[in-house]
Design a protein. Structure first.
Length: 186
């Protein structure tokens, strides 16, 4: 069953106030900050939608607060895809699917990246398979949408600032709606 725009809104209304895994923001604040960072860098509607929706899997597969502390990888990068695939293009879905591997890749190719990760991101990195080898990183970077996934990952890492002002949810739901319409007419 596909998620509608209203379904996405309801997920954020019901679960958006949950803490974002040991960070000083809620799930909704993290999504809004991610979307705002993507928008500020001039990303396409599809990539802004991906940034806003990239952690929707956490809201569909509730694992309690900070599951990484219990050794749980909730596989959130995959969880929303079956619900979003009927209504959104690969330009939205692939950066979402790849954003965890993008962290693994960035740790391998950028000597300063690992030091910028939050404590929860370091814990989840280990649960998600650890830092890529040089060969794995090179293979990842050849994938379609890998560059978009790495951009999304960097926004994801910066979208954890308590009290950061962002536009309201309606702005990003409108972006998602435009991406849905573009996919429907393609």
């Amino acid at each position: 069953m596909a998620l509608s725009l209203d379904d996405i809104r309801v997920l954020f209304e019901r679960h958006g106030s949950l803490a974002y895994s040991g960070e000083p923001v809620t799930q909704l604040e993290h999504a809004l900050q991610s979307g705002a960072l993507a928008e500020a860098e001039g990303a396409s509607d599809e990539l802004v939608a991906a940034a806003f929706l990239h952690d929707l899997g956490h809201l569909l597969n509730l694992q309690g607060e900070t599951p990484t502390e219990r050794g749980v990888d909730d596989l959130h990068q995959y969880f929303a895809l079956p619900f979003l695939r009927p209504v959104l293009s690969d330009a939205v879905l692939e950066p979402i699917r790849l954003h965890v591997d993008a962290k693994r890749c960035l740790c391998a190719i950028d000597a300063t990246y690992f030091g910028q990760l939050s404590a929860d991101s370091v814990r989840s990195l280990q649960l998600q398979g650890g830092i890529f080898s040089e060969e794995e990183a090179q293979a990842f970077m050849q994938k379609p949408y890998a560059e978009d996934a790495m951009r999304l990952r960097r926004w994801d890492d910066r979208a954890k600032e308590k009290g950061r002002a962002t536009p309201e949810i309606d702005r990003y739901l409108a972006v998602v709606e435009r991406a849905m319409r573009a996919h429907a007419t393609a």
